[in-house]
Design a protein around this ligand. Structure first.
Ligand code: HSE
Length: 427
């Protein structure tokens, strides 16, 4: 069977411990499939003392990830520390420069430094693999870079933040407010250490920026993603959407339009009977639309110990098998810098306003929309109190740029009391 392949793991949180567990418990299966043994040799994490589910006694402990990388008994460096910059980024750069293969789940780092790191890997003739960085246990990276290597992808979209989907579906089922369910999710440990990464749409933006690069061969462009989180979604929005046959999902979408690359993460109304509309709890779904084929729909766990660790281990196995698939599915030098287009694709919108209940208010609302060429499909005023009235509007197709301008001008008229909520309706 020859020499074992030696692994160093930096970061022993949920996923890191999962990788240790799989490599230990499935070592015979992996050896049978590979014809080689895979062994964890050394590990590092912030705290050695922290109680963990796996016994780490058999592994060398390094205090510093850079020291782990510098060990000469490591063939593959697994980075599960996380974070855009800092020690994770330094350790990955050092490993690649030292000619060591790297497997990472670090979407934030890849969304910002992806192209440079891929170039570094290629110039040192080693692999940088990222299956676990997007949608955890769904093998979407391999599907795009390998299974669809001959396909022309026109749009990739999905629910790729499980925590937001958990919050939205729990609100819907319980009738409880965003604030209450946010606290519940946080108490259950479902949210990132900085919950804003989840509910602010940033985690999904990291992931769609990576999927976009893989799908269209473009340079990863996080700044080009329009981001809107779920914080302003009220239980009323969820009920109104349900009345119209929709559910609200935090949808990440990337597509090439005539005006350039459009990438967005925004809460949207999707038909409740569609695959995306039926998605419950923390599950993820990615829909890949290619020319000449019906959409490919992948569904599965977007996070969690074993699903995400499996993705890491599959990358380790790919490297050992000698996979030549590049980080973003093509040579980093061939990734294109394309024009970013924001808000150009048309769709209907759901708008919720709280307006002054006095003569002429609705005229101002309809004028603000009409002046931007926005036509109203439905309008409903409900639950008035003494002075205020909530208003729900569904528009005909328009662009987000027109909606933004109309709502800004409407705010300037002084008839609306809270910041309006405007959500795309996806067909
Ligand atoms: N915070 C992420 C989610 C975890 O909720 O999907 C996996 O990236």
């Amino acid at each position: 069977m020859g020499m074992p392949i030696r692994i160093g793991i930096a970061g022993l949180g949920t996923v890191g411990i999962g990788v240790v567990k799989i490599l230990r418990e499935c070592s015979d299966i992996i050896e049978a499939r590979l014809g080689k043994r895979v062994e964890v040799v050394a590990v590092t994490a912030k705290s050695k003392e922290k109680p963990r589910d796996e016994n780490l006694d058999g592994y060398a402990w390094e205090e510093n990830p850079l020291d782990l990388v510098n060990r000469n008994d490591i063939d593959i460096f697994v980075e599960l520390i996380g974070g855009t910059d800092g020690v994770a980024h330094e350790a990955v750069k050092l490993a690649l420069s030292n000619g060591k293969h790297v497997v990472t789940a670090n979407k934030a780092m890849l969304a910002v430094h992806g192209k440079k790191l891929a170039e570094l890997a290629e110039s040192n003739n080693v692999s940088l693999k990222l299956e676990a960085a997007v949608a955890g246990g769904i093998p979407v990276i391999k599907v795009i870079t390998e299974s669809l290597a001959g396909s022309n992808i026109k749009r990739v979209m999905g629910v790729i933040n499980g925590s937001c989907n958990y919050i939205l579906t729990r609100m819907e089922k319980s009738g409880l407010s965003y604030e209450t369910i946010f606290k519940e999710a946080n108490d259950l440990g479902y949210l990132e250490a900085d919950p804003q990464l989840d509910v602010g749409g940033i985690d999904a933006a990291h992931k769609i920026a990576i999927l976009s690069s893989l799908s269209f061969g473009t340079v990863v462009n996080l700044d080009g993603v329009t981001i809107q989180g779920i914080e302003k979604i009220s239980i009323d929005d969820i009920k109104h959407a349900a009345d119209m046959g929709y559910r609200i999902k935090l949808l990440a979408t990337a597509q090439i339009t005539e005006l350039g690359l459009e990438q967005r993460v925004t809460p949207c109304l999707v038909p409740d009977l569609s695959p995306l509309g039926g998605l419950e709890g923390g599950t993820n779904m990615v829909v890949i639309e290619t020319i000449g084929s019906d959409p490919i729909i992948l569904q599965g766990p977007g996070a969690g110990r074993i699903p995400t660790a499996n993705a890491v281990v599959s990358d380790i196995i790919d490297i050992i098998r000698g996979s030549k698939v590049k980080t973003f599915g093509r040579a980093a030098s061939l990734l294109k810098d394309v024009h970013v287009s924001k808000g150009s694709t048309s769709t209907s919108y759901y708008i919720r306003l709280l307006v002054d209940d006095k003569p002429g208010t609705l005229a101002k609302v309809t004028a603000a929309l009409g002046n931007e060429g926005i036509s109203i499909n439905r309008l409903r005023q409900y639950d008035h109190n003494a002075t205020k009235a909530p208003v729900i509007i569904v528009t005909h197709e328009t662009t987000s740029s027109s909606i933004e301008i109309a709502l800004k001008k409407l705010s300037e008229t002084g008839v609306i009391s809270i910041e309006p909520v405007a959500l795309r309706i996806e067909k």
